[in-house]
Design a protein around this ligand. Structure first.
Ligand code: GLU
Length: 286
């Protein structure tokens, strides 16, 4: 299929991962993006974020898209499905590799936790130079055995290369990017040849997204995305992180929170208009 033509003007997107049915929180997020585009006479895109092929399912994707259409949303076809673009992510990784900004981390999550956390169970420190945690012999042995590895960004070097960075959030104003708080982030996982951070940043640029809207739970991720944009020579979009819908205990809605699933509300006989009205943040869902 030919790539979709790049739209002009304000471009927003909703980017669900098809791991479960969408709930009211997703409805709000999708409507937020669509309304932001409509207000500015722009385009709303839908993107399927299914890099985790072990957890994402085509039948769930079909249900997600159907729920969104039922809500009244519309987007240009074809949608970008990340699992069809691993080659693009690899090209970006190759560029970062050429800049000397990536290294192989052979440590499993358990090994890392054991090495990095304090004995009294203090929170895990931001990992840096994790390749140096293995002896040269151990690293060579794992390499020879073809052991799985993650690709990490050499954060200090990357930041030095990029220089000071800022981004603009329509809710919170000018922000100074602090990707150092996350240490040497993983850009390709042991089991998946990319990562959320890399694929989302690259796709937003490739699709010409000018305004990234998403929940405030992803606010922190933007520090990393801004750095990746600078390193890869990508434009920096505007951001708007919105409030979240929460359950009765104050926790943000999760996909397992069945009572708020759009599908179930439909089955109960609610209209799209009624569901749209229910999808507002800071409202507690039973
Ligand atoms: N795919 C992500 C999610 O479902 C959202 C990514 C984004 O909006 O940046 O949480």
């Amino acid at each position: 299929m030919p790539p979709a033509a790049k739209p002009s003007g304000t471009v927003t997107r909703f980017a669900p991962s098809p791991t479960g049915d969408l709930h009211l929180g997703h409805a709000y997020s999708a409507l937020f993006a669509a309304e932001a585009a409509a207000r500015e006479g722009g385009t709303f895109l839908l993107r399927v974020e299914d890099i985790d092929v072990t957890r994402c399912r085509p039948e769930i994707e079909a249900r997600n898209l159907e729920d969104l259409r039922w809500l009244g949303l519309d987007w240009p076809e074809p949608v970008r499905r990340q699992s069809e673009h691993f080659a693009d992510y690899q090209t970006a990784l190759d560029r970062l590799e050429e800049m000397g900004l990536l290294y192989r981390c052979y440590l499993s999550r358990r090994e890392l936790n054991e090495t990095l956390s304090a004995p009294h169970g203090a929170p895990e420190a931001a990992p840096t130079d994790t390749d140096l945690l293995l002896s040269d012999e151990e690293r060579a042995q794992r390499e020879e055995e073809g052991a799985p590895f993650a690709l990490r960004l050499r954060m200090a070097r990357a930041m030095e290369r990029a220089g000071p960075l800022h981004w603009h959030d329509r809710g919170k104003g000018e922000q100074t990017a602090r990707p150092d708080l996350f240490g040497d982030v993983v850009l390709a996982r042991r089991d998946i040849p990319t990562s959320y951070h890399l694929s989302v940043t690259l796709d937003d640029a490739l699709q010409g997204v000018t305004l990234v809207t998403r929940g405030e739970d992803l606010f922190e991720a933007t520090h990393i995305h801004r750095l990746l944009q600078a390193l890869l020579g990508l434009p920096a979009p505007d951001y708007h992180h919105h409030g979240l819908l929460r359950d009765m205990t104050g926790k943000r809605l999760a996909k397992r929170h069945q009572s708020a699933a759009i599908r179930d509300l439909r089955a109960e006989g609610l209209t799209p208009e009624e569901v749209r009205r229910m999808a507002v943040p800071d409202r507690f869902v039973e």
